[in-house]
Design a protein around this ligand. Structure first.
Ligand SMILES: [Cu+2]
Length: 463
């Protein structure tokens, strides 16, 4: 499949954002509207070093980018364009969504505490919209709730928002107009207000992403907008594993990961090999005396969380939502669970009647090794390959790669971790215990050791 992504003004493609900055944008000069940079790539852009204004330590947006601005009379001017986009959810799967400046989610907006910010929002959607600056303390009329604080932005129109970013912290933006539809279609973005003093809350790596979910029927490209709970694509920044880039970290770095949740359910984010503290919430920074160590933190709907830790443990470490259904892609629907049932030959026979029929394996659900035909533009349910085989993961999952030899500020993928000899789990090759209660062999009381559990329509429901 060729990449159908819009190539119009694709000068920010392939992570060149850092080289562009506000210099090129200001070409529009006094011509009125600031130029609206467009991103055609779903790869992670390098941090956007501020070309003007007060200094700050930029963030890295997973599979995303930060929006260049122009400085006009001391005001930072940004231009967001709400428009239909094509987002690569993972290699091999594209979705027709709505977003900003060529991507869903939209670009991350980075400003400094105390900055006066002017944001032009042009609506190229087929319906009205607005932008709400989630978490900002601002004048009521700039809050972006259509009907309440402003008239909605009609198709073809441009509105201007202007306010002072009063508090450093982690924020989001999203429509407050037909929002069930517009957020289900991918309209959202991240916002970081950096501290006035760049030494304050300084870290070596600062990653950001939004949690979002979509209901895209296998074989189709458009999210269903009425879905309330039954989503099948779980994403970090509208990317599903193995499409989510790894977090590349230098051993000893202080790492911050900021996440905002714009799905319909909560996500317990979990990291391996490290413990962290929640240092930031929706309301700002958590005082150091109020922090406690964790390895999992729940991010509820509408919340933002910043976690921090020292990456002192070299290796490849899973970082994922701990709801197991959220680390899977589509195709989980209506698959009967036949663990413990000998169905050898059955699928082949049913296949003659119902082409494409499949069941979970009788020794577990390992679909990674299962051969099945899936519709075009559909991700396998569990996928991704590591140095030791299938990862059997999808959805909200990625890997943090901690390396002692990684250079400061270098985000290039070092490849898989080469564990020192004697530090990897290995197969026991000595004497084996006698087999007991082998699968499908009745237990002493006559009850089979594993029972088949199905929901009422005979499928294993994947919510
Ligand atoms: Cu989750």
């Amino acid at each position: 499949m060729t990449n159908p992504v819009n190539k119009r003004r694709s000068f920010l493609a392939n992570g060149a954002a850092a080289l562009i900055g506000a210099g090129l944008v200001s070409r529009a000069g006094a011509a009125g509207l600031p130029e609206a940079p467009l991103q055609s790539s779903a790869s992670t852009a390098p941090p956007l070093m501020p070309p003007n204004g007060r200094p700050y330590n930029p963030v890295v947006t997973l599979n995303g980018w930060s929006l260049p601005w122009r400085m006009k009379d001391g005001v930072k001017e940004f231009h967001l364009v709400a428009e239909p986009v094509v987002r690569e959810i993972a290699p091999g799967m594209y979705a027709k969504m709505w977003g900003y400046n060529g991507q869903s989610p939209g670009p991350t907006i980075e400003v400094v505490e105390g900055d006066r910010v002017r944001i032009f929002v042009t609506n190229k959607l087929p319906e009205h919209t607005s932008v709400h600056w989630h978490g900002q303390i601002l004048p009521s009329g700039m809050d972006g709730v259509s009907g309440l604080s402003q008239p909605s932005i009609q198709p073809g129109k441009t509105f201007v928002y202007e306010f002072v970013a009063r508090h450093a912290g982690t924020f989001m933006y999203h429509p407050h107009a037909d929002e069930m539809v517009q957020m289900a279609m991918g309209m959202m973005g991240f916002w970081v207000t950096h501290p006035k003093d760049p030494r304050q809350h300084a870290v070596d790596r600062d990653f950001v992403f939004l949690l979002s979910s979509y209901d895209i029927e296998p074989g189709s490209m458009v999210p269903k907008v009425n879905t309330m709970t039954d989503f099948n694509i779980w994403t970090f920044n509208s990317r599903a594993f193995p499409g989510i880039d790894p977090l590349i970290v230098r051993q000893g770095d202080r790492v911050r990961i900021r996440a905002g949740n714009l799905t319909m359910t909560n996500h317990p984010l979990h990291i391996h090999g490290h413990k962290f503290e929640v240092t930031g919430t929706d309301g700002g920074w958590v005082p150091p005396t109020a922090r406690w160590p964790e390895v999992t933190t729940d991010v509820a709907v509408g919340q933002m969380r910043a976690i921090e830790f020292i990456a002192d443990n070299p290796g490849d470490w899973a970082f994922h939502c701990h709801k197991s259904h959220h680390t899977m892609n589509a195709m989980g629907h209506d698959v009967p669970n036949l663990i413990g049932v000998d169905h050898s030959g059955i699928a082949q026979k049913i296949n003659k009647l119902v082409p494409g029929y499949m069941v979970m394996g009788d020794k577990g659900g390992s679909m990674a090794g299962m051969e099945m035909e899936i519709p075009e533009n559909t991700l396998p349910m569990m996928t991704g390959t590591g140095p030791y085989g299938d990862l059997e993961m999808g959805g909200m999952f990625t890997v943090m790669k901690v390396r002692p030899e990684q250079k400061r500020g270098d985000y290039t993928d070092p490849g898989w971790y080469k564990a020192p000899k004697g530090t990897t789990a290995y197969e026991w090759t000595g004497e084996l215990p006698p087999a007991v209660n082998a699968p499908n062999k009745p237990a002493p009381d006559g009850v089979k050791p594993v029972e088949v559990i199905r929901d009422k329509d005979g499928g294993h429901k994947h919510h």
